[in-house]
Design a protein around this ligand. Sequence first.
Ligand code: NOJ
Length: 667
Amino acid sequence: MISRLILVPALFLSIFSCDQETAQVHELSSPDGQNKIKFELTNNSPRYSVSRGETEIITPSEMGFVLKDNDTLGNNFEITGVEETSKDETWEQVWGEKAEIRNHYNELLVNLQEKSGKQRKLQVQFRAFDDGIAFRYIFPEQGIKDSIFIMDELTTFNLKDDGKTWWIPAYHEQRYENLYEASPVSTLDTVHTPLTIESDSGLALSFHEANLTDFASMTLFPTSGTELKADLVPWSDGVKVRTTGSFTTPWRTLQIAKEPKDLITSYLILNLNEPNKIEDSSWIEPYKYIGIWWGMHIGKYTFWEGPDHGASTKNAKEHIDYARQLGIDNLLIEGWNKGWTPQWYENHMHQFNFTKSTDDFDLESVTEYGAKNGVRLVGYHETGSNIDNYLKQVDSAFALYNKVGVRSVKIGHVGSMLNMKEWHHGQYGVNYFRYILKKAAEYNLTVYFHEPIKDTGERRTYPNMMAREGGRGIEYNAWSEGNPPSHTAILPFTRFLAGPMDFTAGILDVENKQGYPGRRVHSTSAKQLALLVVVFSPVQMLADLPENYVGKPEFKFLKDVPVNWQDTEVLNGSIGEYITIVRKDIDSDDWYLGSLSNEEARDLEIALDFLDADATYEAEIYADAEGTGMKNNPTKVEISTKKVTSKDKLTLELGESGGAAIRFRKL
Ligand code: NOJ
């Protein structure tokens, strides 16, 4: 663990006060002096604004809370003190898209107290980074005995300029699994974060939150003009957050970049989470896996017992043989336990059993056969959102996985509401997901959630939190109209700003010859290879039926591509149109490139100056064959090799919804 920490007196703060009774102003700048936060108390109410250079981004905006009985905490304050600090440290990720991360910021902590009445204290902690700003509220312990009920958070984000926002709706039965829409700030629905905005000021912005712990998640809605307001997701009784004694909110974050592509390499969200709390993380390992999974989604197998049950001992052993043949050492098997019915996806308190196998599945025999063949089983729990049922069984279920050598578990939460009553993204859900994450750590299990709470960077604190869904993954192509070609050119600038996603790419049979008629993946096969680089996750599924990989030369890329990286650079990108990302392997000097396009074919010229200056590389190029596009010969991947150096340029010829994947092997 590297930690270079410098605490310096905060000379960067300019504090000046005007009329003591009406306004006091405190300013904070980022280390490079570009991003500025101004805090002021105007008529006893806290206000903040944000600018970058000469550009105003957020004009004076409200802060505070409404507690039970219409009790406002936000209009009767005086400043009782300010504290200024600064930090510059570099820390190491257990796994990630970049091995070492610099955490460099200036901080201002404002202490407020109500001037009369209950004389309650509230602190606002601001941080200014070179890649954005953040603040959070701390309601310190102050001898309050009664429960505290937060009914509303008053925070607003009064944007100076309108812009093009990329959004998904907040209160939707499919949770975060929606297609992104683009519209002006002023016409937004209530939306989830990350909310990415191409501002009319020319800047790229992204609103999100960091370290969402024991609180409701924040969604945003427009009030008037270009002002957005925080909206906390309620409990079923309307209360937003319930707590006792004290509370600390998640960080409200605004990442700021010159171009959208630069948002992708901002590590502000991770930096605002606490350091790793798992002392010995040696058991936490990134991995790739195949599964008895896509077969269920395309209707070849069933989740439930019957003649086509996917999770039979026989089929499982055949899949272990495939995994061994393909050189992939993890296998996910869904539907192995009792409780699955053909109606498993309907909103209902399903009674899954997490320790009893179906009659045709022998967990011990399958895991033993896997161990003999060097293939580990990835565990699977589908809760059906019946959380009460899951919580009763989770200890014995995790203990069973320990017993049979399973080290990682996928945990699903299909259903519109947890326990058919609470939002996945309210305080109940936030606390439930954190409980399971910590519980899994007790059993040395890594987890990835489907139908999760959104990612706010807790993988820094609990690196057994590998990935999650929280977006429309590949599965939608199996049984619905599917994801349009632009979807994968939007996600890196939106959903992926939050963190890793179990996107499940790597479908080579994009036309889905064995699946439901008319359902297909709207891409070329080369684009599916590219996604393994474009999409970051420390667990990556090679999602196609394993038989579709056998004998395919392009499978070599899927086998070679790492899931853990030393470094990441985004070479180009435009939201909804195209993107090219390069990543350096954590274990070698090799670089990997993934580039993809929306429905338009395009040529992209890229400079190879990210490669080591004094070296020659062999580029193994997997590209759309000439004339290939989503609708034309989509599965034809052309493989070629070429010697290159950092001085070279390459032109990537991407077909309609096409892509290119390259391994640069250092010679
Ligand atoms: C939805 C998940 O996203 C998918 O991966 C899983 O196969 C099904 N639920 C069944 O649990």
